[in-house]
Design a protein. Structure first.
Length: 507
C-alpha cells in the first residue's frame, strides 16, 4: 500500500498532535487538524503560525517558508472532513475505547487505500485495530515529545498490519526529517521498553538504603556518562506520567520482575510530589532550579594505612597502578596485615559476600567499583559493609580523593550502583533482541535518539564487556535471589563466548 503524502489528517491537537502537524507541514503535506474540543484546532493552527514567525525573527527560516507552511494548516470540524486524506494520524487520549471508537468512525469515511496510524505509546496496536474491517491498514506511528526535536519515530506493526504500510510510514518519517525504527506490537514498543532498567533499578537501590537520590544521580552521571541522573529524569518527566507507564508495562508483561515498579514512586505520586512542574519531586525546585544537597566533604585523616588488594579483584593491575599514582603504601603478601585497608573489587557481589568467601576481616574490608576504567570516569565509588570501621572508610575515602577526583561512599550493594544499573539496561535490551521486537540496529538507534543515553544499550554492553555484564547479573542473582537479574538467553550465550552484542547473525 502506497501513501500519497499530499493530505494528512491529525486528530488531537495537544502538544503531540501539534508537533506532528508541524513536521508534516514542513515536509510539504496539506495538514487537516481535528479536535473534539471546540476551538482547539484553531488554537493549534495559531500556535504553530506564531512558532514559525519566531523562527523567522531568529533567522532560522524565511518569511516565505513560514507563510507557505502556515497555509498548509486547515482546521476542520468533523471526522467526515478527513474523508479525502491519504493518511490520518491519531494523537488523542491514551484510552483504548476512545481510540477504537475514533478509528471505527474514520474507517467509515476514508478511502479504502487510506492509511490509519495511531501515536499510542502504551496500548496495543493490534487491540486498537481489532474491530476494524481493514486492520491491515492500521499501524503504530509513535513520535516522542517534543516532536520537532526528538528525531526518532517508532513504526509499529500490529498482528494484521500490511508490511507495505510500515514501509510507507517509515519513508514518510524520513521525509519529515525523522529516523524511523521498526517495532513489533509489544508493551512499550522499543524506547519505553528499553528504558525500564534505568529508573526502576535506581529506585530499587534507594529502597535498599544504599545511597540517597542525589548520590545515585551523581554516580550515574560521572561514572557512566548519563546526561541526567535517574531521579533528575523522573523529576523532568513527572511521576504522573512515568509511574503509570512503569505499572502499565509491568502488568502488560504479566508481572515480569525485570520491570517491577517501586512503592517509592507510587507514594510520591499519591502525595503530589511529582517533579519539577510541581516544584517538588526527588529534589525541591526554586525558580526552576533543583536544590541538590552538598556532597559530603573529604575526611581529614592523620595517616592512611597501607592497602592490600584482593587477588580476585577486577582490574587488579589497574588498581595497583592507581594506588601507586595516589601514593599509597601497598602490601603484597598473601594476606593483609592487621592494620591494612583490605580492598576488594567485585563484579555483582556485595562486599559482605566477598569478605566471607575470601575470609577477610570485614571490619577492614571496603570495595571499589571498577566496571568502568578509572581514566574514563569523573568519580570513584567505594562501598562499605555493615562491619567496616569508620576509620577504614574515612582513610579509603581520603586516599582515593587525593588527586581531586570526586569520591562517593555508599552502603553495601550487590553491584554497587553503576554495575547494577548498566547490567539491568543491557539485559533488558538483550531480551528485546531475544524476543525479536526489533533489530539490534534499530534498538541502538531508538535508545540513543529517544532516551539520550551516552551509548546504545548493546554498545554499552560491548564497551564494558558482555562477559563482565553477564558476571554482574549472575552474581547479583545470587546475592538477591531475585529473578529480576536472571540473564536473558541472548546475553548469556554471547557473554559466555565473548561475542560482541552488536554482532549481526547471518540470516
Amino acid at each position: 500500500m502506497k501513501i500519497n503524502y499530499s493530505n494528512i489528517g491529525i486528530v488531537g491537537t495537544g502538544a503531540m498532535g501539534r508537533g506532528i502537524a508541524q513536521i508534516a507541514a514542513q515536509a510539504g503535506s496539506e495538514v487537516f487538524l481535528l479536535d473534539a474540543n471546540p476551538g482547539a484546532a484553531q488554537a493549534a493552527q495559531a500556535a504553530l503560525r506564531e512558532q514559525w514567525e519566531k523562527l523567522v525573527a531568529k533567522g532560522r527560516i524565511s518569511a516565505e517558508q513560514a507563510s507557505t507552511q502556515a497555509a498548509r494548516l486547515h482546521p476542520v470540524a468533523a471526522v467526515a472532513d478527513l474523508a479525502h486524506c491519504d493518511l490520518v494520524v491519531e494523537a488523542i487520549v491514551e484510552r483504548l475505547d476512545a481510540k477504537k471508537a475514533l478509528f471505527a468512525d474514520l474507517e467509515a469515511v476514508v478511502r479504502d487505500d487510506a492509511v490509519l496510524a495511531t501515536n499510542t505509546s502504551s496500548l496495543s496496536v493490534t487491540a486498537i485495530g481489532a474491530g476494524l474491517k481493514r486492520p491491515q491498514r492500521l499501524a503504530g506511528f509513535h513520535f516522542f515529545n517534543p516532536v520537532p526535536l526528538m528525531k526518532v519515530v517508532e513504526v509499529v506493526a500490529g498482528l494484521k498490519t500490511d508490511p507495505a504500510v510500515c514501509a510507507a510510514l517509515a519513508a514518510y518519517a524520513r521525509d519529515m526529517g525523522h529516523t524511523p525504527v521498526q517495532a513489533q506490537d509489544t508493551p512499550g514498543f522499543i524506547v519505553n521498553h528499553a528504558g525500564r532498567g534505568y529508573g526502576t533499578e535506581a529506585l530499587r537501590i534507594v529502597g535498599e538504603g544504599v545511597a540517597d537520590f542525589a548520590t545515585i544521580d551523581r554516580i550515574l552521571r560521572d561514572q557512566a556518562g548519563f546526561r541526567l541522573g535517574p531521579f533528575e529524569l523522573l523529576d523532568l518527566t513527572a511521576l504522573d506520567v512515568s509511574h503509570p507507564v512503569m505499572e502499565s508495562i509491568y502488568r502488560q508483561y504479566y508481572d515480569e520482575p525485570r520491570f517491577r515498579p517501586s512503592v517509592i514512586t507510587a507514594q510520591r505520586l499519591a502525595g503530589g510530589v511529582v517533579g519539577k512542574k510541581a516544584g517538588e519531586g526527588f529534589y525541591r525546585y526554586v525558580d526552576g532550579t533543583a536544590q541538590a544537597p552538598a556532597e559530603p566533604p573529604v575526611p581529614v585523616v592523620d595517616a592512611i594505612p597501607p592497602v592490600w588488594v584482593s587477588p580476585r579483584a577486577a582490574r587488579r593491575a589497574e588498581l595497583y597502578q592507581l594506588l601507586k599514582d595516589l601514593g599509597a603504601a601497598i602490601e603484597t603478601g598473601q594476606s593483609p596485615s592487621p592494620q591494612a585497608i583490605t580492598l576488594v573489587a567485585p563484579l555483582g557481589f556485595d562486599i559482605t559476600t566477598v569478605a566471607v568467601v575470601e575470609r577477610l576481616d570485614p571490619a577492614r574490608t571496603i570495595g571499589i567499583d571498577v566496571l568502568v576504567e578509572d581514566a574514563a570516569t569523573r568519580r570513584r565509588v567505594l562501598a562499605t559493609n555493615p562491619a567496616t570501621r569508620r576509620d577504614i572508610r574515612d582513610a579509603a575515602h581520603a586516599l582515593f580523593a587525593r588527586d581531586g577526583k570526586a569520591v562517593s561512599v555508599i552502603r553495601d550493594s550487590g553491584g554497587f550502583v553503576t554495575q547494577r544499573v548498566v547490567a539491568t539496561i543491557v539485559n533488558i535490551a538483550a531480551d528485546i533482541c531475544q524476543q525479536g521486537i526489533c533489530s539490534p540496529r534499530d534498538l541502538e538507534t531508538a535508545v540513543t535518539l529517544g532516551l539520550g543515553y551516552p551509548l546504545g544499550p548493546l554498545a554499552m554492553g560491548d564497551r564494558w564487556g558482555p562477559t563482565n555484564i553477564l558476571e554482574v547479573l549472575f552474581n547479583m542473582q545470587t546475592v538477591y535471589g531475585d529473578p529480576r537479574y536472571r540473564p536473558s538467553p541472548w546475553l548469556r550465550r554471547r557473554g559466555a563466548i565473548g561475542l560482541s552484542l552488536l554482532h549481526v547473525e547471518e540470516e
